[in-house]
Design a protein around this ligand. Structure first.
Ligand SMILES: Nc1ncnc2c1ncn2[C@@H]1O[C@H](COP(=O)(O)OP(=O)(O)OP(=O)(O)O)[C@@H](O)[C@H]1O
Ligand SMILES: [Mg+2]
Length: 274
């Protein structure tokens, strides 16, 4: 890889990202909860163990990560803990063991809000838009932590998803499934995140819309935003993945490049339909 990790992605528009911010996270001094790690993935949930509230552990030594300039994909059967892993990385779960690090900084103890302020964008699997608000209001809500002028970012999102510009005054609940997912991704991009986490961005859409969404996701990645995403369309997702994780019952079952997983006979047989 060259010294510029984004150069091989044909970067057309870095302005939406916040590249200056990458590498700027400082270790927190004093409270012992943060320490710098040289190199390593940009975002990692490292050997995470934990569950919901006082309930049983759902994740068992589970590791998911994304490198700078890459797309990482998490696949696995229903109930495998994919969403739970994403929530753990975003700070919605109390981990009993393991750590989450963003750009080398230990953020395990931070709230989801604090993680957004650090540069994380998250599109959850469900309830990821405000259906009674217009498209534009959804995007404005996404920018809640910003004090500066958000119009430029909104224009970039309308350039990425032109249909949203046409429908900006419509309640988001009136949009098609694929268009709603565009609103959800757009909303997360409004904070100019340094990393984007997507939980099943193509759920419930037709194959054609799925292809379009994947193209837009690749486009976002090319602007320099690493993407960690869960996908039910495992084969298609692994085709665009630099790194893939197969989770089974809260554990890492297989990990490799997208290509390695697509070519692994066991992964093919058990998770890709042969
Ligand atoms: N809020 C919750 N409280 C308690 N248990 C939960 C909660 N959400 C999920 N679980 C449990 O955690 C386990 C993993 O669920 P999770 O939603 O992470 O799986 P998943 O891999 O995302 O599945 P899917 O492919 O259906 O989205 C399941 O046994 C589920 O019942
Ligand atoms: Mg899920």
């Amino acid at each position: 890889m060259s010294s510029d990790p984004y150069s091989d992605r044909g970067n057309a528009d870095k302005s939406i990202t916040n590249l200056d911010g990458i590498g700027s996270a400082q270790p927190v001094k004093g409270d012992g909860s943060a320490y710098p790690v040289d190199g390593g993935p940009f975002l990692i949930g490292d050997t995470m163990t934990g569950g919901y509230g006082a309930g049983p552990d759902i994740l068992h030594d589970c590791t998911i990560a994304v490198e700078r300039g890459e797309i990482a994909v998490i696949v696995g059967p229903n109930g495998a803990g994919k969403s739970t892993g994403m929530k753990a990385v975003f700070g919605m779960l109390n981990l009993r063991q393991g750590h989450v690090r963003l750009d080398g900084e230990d953020i395990t103890k931070l709230s989801p809000q604090a993680r957004v302020a650090k540069g994380m964008g998250f599109v959850p699997q469900t309830s990821n838009i405000f259906t009674s608000m217009t498209v534009e209001e959804n995007l404005e809500m996404g920018a809640f932590i910003r004090k500066d002028d958000i119009r430029g970012t909104m224009e970039q999102i309308y350039d990425l998803f032109p249909i949203l510009r046409d429908k900006r005054k419509q309640p988001a609940g009136e949009l098609s499934g694929g268009q709603r997912q565009q609103v959800a991704v757009g909303r997360a991009l409004m904070t100019k995140p340094k990393v984007l986490m997507l939980d099943e961005p193509t759920a419930g859409v037709s194959p054609i819309v799925m292809d379009e969404l994947f193209d837009r996701i690749i486009e976002v990645a090319r602007t320099g935003i690493p993407i960690l995403m869960v996908e039910q369309n495992a084969r298609q997702a692994l085709e665009i993945a630099d790194k893939g994780y197969v989770l089974v019952q809260g554990r890492n079952a297989f990990t490799g490049t997208g290509k390695e997983l697509l070519n692994d006979p066991e992964v093919r047989k058990s998770f890709l339909g042969g």
